[in-house]
Design a binder for this molecule. Structure first.
Ligand code: 5GP
Ligand code: ZN
Length: 110
């Protein structure tokens, strides 16, 4: 845990979030500024700014959970993104995987 990290505060419950999934090492919640309906962030509970800062055992659930949430969203198409560092457009320095559904035009979402 890092005292001044927004996502660590979400894990602790000090900042509210719309939780989608939680286990002992992973939390998933809706993005506060979604790029599409259902945009979800999947994070390890172990704090680290970049992927390379986190011990591998804390990363094992990230993609399987992103996959489950993508399936549950019902979107046929979706992006899985993971930014590391300012040049790569990372804004929050706690590792997170984005799951961004790409609803089709007919559904009118996103
Ligand atoms: P990044 O650019 O670091 O890959 O993405 C950070 C994401 O975190 C952004 O999509 C932003 O909307 C989201 N975010 C930032 N602060 C909060 C917050 O307090 N709560 C939630 N749910 N999402 C946040
Ligand atoms: Zn953190």
């Amino acid at each position: 845990m890092a005292a001044n990290c927004i996502f660590c505060k979400i894990i602790k419950g000090d900042i509210p979030s719309m939780k989608v999934f939680e286990s002992d090492k992973t939390l998933a919640f809706l993005d506060i500024n979604p790029l599409s309906y259902g945009h979800t962030l999947i994070i390890p509970k172990h704090h680290g700014a970049k992927l390379t800062d986190i011990p591998e055992e804390h990363l094992t659930e990230l993609l399987p959970i992103a996959s489950r949430i993508a399936k549950a969203s019902g979107a046929a198409d979706y992006n899985i993104l993971q930014n590391n560092g300012r040049l790569a457009h990372q804004e929050v320095d706690h590792v997170h995987v984005h799951m961004i559904p790409k609803p089709n035009e007919k559904e009118g979402l996103g």
